[in-house]
Ligand binder design. Structure first.
Ligand code: NAD
Length: 246
């Protein structure tokens, strides 16, 4: 890999949307540091990308400040630069708010909101040198809810707000944007989706991880430097749809 190639760090890259982002960025010429708490799956994903010089994996819990600092240090050790941070790692616990323990609440907030904050702060000195950018993967659940998703929704609402705050604090050198996916099928065909699942979307189908990955590539492109502090919703139009029963 030559020293002029941009470098991206993608968290939660072992599967699903994070894995698709890794594939897209590799195709766009990035060197990649992949991070995930799932060591076995993360290492396998990195191997499957079949570009050992350009793709590295490091097992990391993004909620652990020391692990995050050592992830950033390792990225600089390996590649010597960092151009893009994609905060994609996330988890959801579905439980009634009266049954959710305070430890469960705090874990979801720690991974989905504190993790991106820690990664952004540790990456900032390196991103600044490259006039790079941060992309946070939030959710349409920052804006609307199903029952029993309090911790997840609060964490993603916080992530949307963290995005515009960081855009002001870290700009103009570093741009900070957010993507809010709607329903994205990460089952790789394992879950059978019904015709109704697709038809309820104004765009006519459920989303794919690649729908999000392409938007990451667009927002990361330095040609789009005028875009910062934004939350781009990619949900097939679902948050624009009224759902009153007739
Ligand atoms: P996924 O569960 O398939 O993948 C998430 C990855 O994050 C996993 O590999 C997991 O091991 C990793 N992870 C979890 N906790 C971690 C931690 N503490 N440190 C490091 N890695 C950790 O999820 P996905 O559907 O691919 O979602 C990716 C992101 O997109 C998440 O932030 C999620 O909230 C968001 N999102 C997904 C959807 C959807 O419909 N799939 C919709 C909106 C938002």
């Amino acid at each position: 890999m030559d020293k002029f190639s941009p470098v991206a760090l993608v968290t939660g890259a072992a599967r699903g949307i994070g894995q698709a982002i890794a594939v897209e960025l590799l195709g766009a010429g990035y060197g990649l540091m992949l991070a995930d708490i799932d060591e076995e799956r993360g290492a396998a994903t990195a191997r499957e990308l079949a570009a050992p010089e350009r793709v590295h994996f490091r097992a990391t819990d993004v909620a652990d400040p020391r692990a995050v600092q050592s992830l950033i240090d390792a990225t600089i050790d390996v590649f010597g630069r960092l151009d893009l941070l994609v905060n994609n790692a996330g988890l959801m616990i579905r439980k009634s708010p009266e049954e959710l323990s305070v430890e469960e609440w705090q874990r979801v907030l720690a991974v989905n909101l504190t993790g991106p904050f820690l990664c952004a702060c540790a990456a900032a000195p390196h991103l600044r040198k490259r006039r790079g950018s941060i992309i946070n993967i939030a959710s349409t659940r920052a804006l609307m809810s199903e029952a029993h998703t309090e911790a997840y929704s609060a964490s993603k609402g916080g992530l949307v707000a963290l995005t515009h705050a960081l855009a002001l604090s870290l700009g103009p050198e570093i741009r900070v944007n957010c993507l809010s996916p709607g329903w994205i099928d990460v089952s790789a065909g394992a879950e059978a989706l019904s015709a109704a699942d697709h038809a309820q979307h104004p765009a006519g189908r459920v989303g794919t991880p690649e729908d999000i990955a392409r938007a990451v590539r667009f927002l990361a492109d330095p040609a789009n430097r005028f875009i910062t502090g934004q939350n781009l919703i990619i949900d097939g139009g679902m948050t624009r749809k009224m759902v009153y029963v007739e």
